[in-house]
Write a protein that binds this ligand. Structure first.
Ligand SMILES: Cc1ncc(COP(=O)(O)O)c(C=O)c1O
Length: 443
């Protein structure tokens, strides 16, 4: 965190334009790829989050924690595909079993043994009764909400300002107009008293509360101690289902961030790294909620007049993802490894904060464990409203400055520690940050 005697923000559009020009001059091949892509892809992309001015880099190769772009520059990958790329780009313990499995079948159109194996690993690891697979975190959240709506017969879903649960569950600046047409009510993140009041107000209509234990896209803002537990207790008291979105944060500790914060959800959603780099999503939790999906003759729910939800999806149990997931949870990212990785992330964030404290610029770091975000703000944001105060010029100059020094992060400041990063690579990140801030402070 930067000190309180900060220089006023001296950065101008001209400096930003000059940094963008330098970036463009350095990356002509990425520019050509971008121009080509725009002929058929609106905006030249299919993931809005990857774009930034003047254009995003095109990557052609990866090895360990490094990426090579189309112009031949080598980067240390500190984005880790927004937490999905936890293992780097060449983790043989994940890739080899996938390649072997694909030698037998690519797409089965039936049951594959790895599906039940991964379900078992997930239930055991995350302390849930049942789980179902999807292709993305977005789908997992849509289905978790559906599960709650069906179970309660109620219409309303509480989400939080600044939350992100997928492309059509987007609450960065209020509920996006393109969101899935649920009856949403929005509460202020990290404000337990207002949240409880809203839960009580919507009581008999409230089917579910969906919350991230740390706002991920919303700037790595962790929940305050007690906020989750208080929110979940109030929701449960009113008969609503508590949904924890751990699509990003299940990597923390042995069982994910909600448990580390002393709370427990009724349904948890998963995604990102568990698929080992392949498309993945899952939702799981209490048997009485998830068993609505039990269409088996043994359960005989339909015959007994109980509610049954049909849930299909061509690639829900695809061979590559199921096999990769088994390797991830079974061998590579065990509970012990996850715990150690969280501690290593905390150490890295402290080291980043120490670098920031040496410079008279309003830059701070927030986060938890192996996920963090750099903010052009004098102090880490306590909630999403604080992000509005970011110095946009400084934020962009920081991002472009790190890129020019071979460090790939998110344009919005996200930095993720992966398993493949060596201690030398962490030192290189800290040096590049120090150098970038020195340059900016003298500009
Ligand atoms: C907390 C959270 N939930 C859900 C999602 C959506 O996951 P996906 O991109 O796999 O649809 C994301 C993606 O960034 C996320 O961060």
């Amino acid at each position: 965190m930067a000190s309180s005697s900060l220089t006023p923000t001296p950065f101008t559009d001209d400096q930003v334009l000059a940094a963008r020009r330098q970036f463009a001059d350095r990356n002509p091949a990425s520019r050509r790829h971008y121009d080509d892509a725009r002929r058929h892809l609106p905006g030249g992309h299919t993931r809005t989050v990857l774009t930034h001015p003047p254009f995003p880099l095109t990557f052609v190769a990866g090895e360990g924690a490094t990426l090579t772009d189309a112009d031949g520059h080598l980067y240390l990958d500190f984005l880790g595909d927004y937490t999905a790329g936890l293992f780097g780009h060449s983790e043989r313990r994940v890739l080899d079993p996938v390649i072997a499995a694909l030698g037998h079948n690519v797409s089965v159109g039936g049951i594959h043994p790895a599906e039940a194996q991964l379900a078992g690993l997930m239930c055991e690891r995350f302390g849930i009764d049942r789980v179902r697979f999807t292709n993305s975190g977005t789908e997992a959240n849509l289905l978790a909400i559906t599960t709650a709506l069906q179970a309660t017969g109620r219409p309303t879903v509480m989400a939080f300002h600044g939350g992100y649960h997928g492309g059509v569950l987007y609450f960065a600046t209020g509920a996006a107009p393109w969101n899935a047409p649920y009856d949403f009510v929005l509460a202020p993140y990290n404000d337990a008293a207002s949240t409880v009041a809203l839960i009580e107000e919507h009581g008999p209509n409230l089917a579910a509360v969906i919350v991230e234990p740390m706002l991920g896209s919303g700037g790595c803002v962790p929940a305050d101690p007690g906020f989750l537990a208080t929110t979940f207790a109030a929701a449960r008291a009113g008969g609503a289902v508590c949904i924890a979105d751990e699509v990003m944060t299940s990597r923390h500790g042995r069982q994910g961030l909600v448990r580390l914060m002393g709370a427990e959800a009724d349904i948890t959603t998963f995604g990102k790294y568990i698929g080992g780099g392949f498309s993945f999503g899952a939702f799981g939790g209490r048997a009485d909620l998830l068993d609505q999906f039990d269409t088996s003759p043994e359960a005989g729910r339909a015959q007994a007049g109980q509610r049954v939800i049909a849930h299909a999806g061509t690639f829900n149990n695809n061979v590559a993802t199921m096999t990769a997931g088994c390797a991830v949870l079974g061998q590579v990212f065990t509970a012990e490894v996850a715990e150690a990785h969280t501690a290593r992330g905390d150490e890295l964030r402290s080291a980043v904060a120490a670098v920031l404290a040496r410079h008279p610029l309003p830059v701070s770091v927030s986060g938890y464990g192996s996920m963090m975000a750099l903010h052009a703000l004098p102090a880490p944001p306590a909630t999403v409203a604080d992000l509005a105060g970011r110095d946009n010029e400084l934020q962009e100059l920081l991002f472009l400055g790190l890129l020019s020094r071979g460090i790939y992060t998110a344009a919005r400041g996200m930095v993720n520690l992966g398993l493949a990063h060596t201690d030398d690579q962490l030192a290189a990140l800290l040096d590049a940050l120090d150098d970038t801030l020195t340059d900016l402070a003298s500009a």
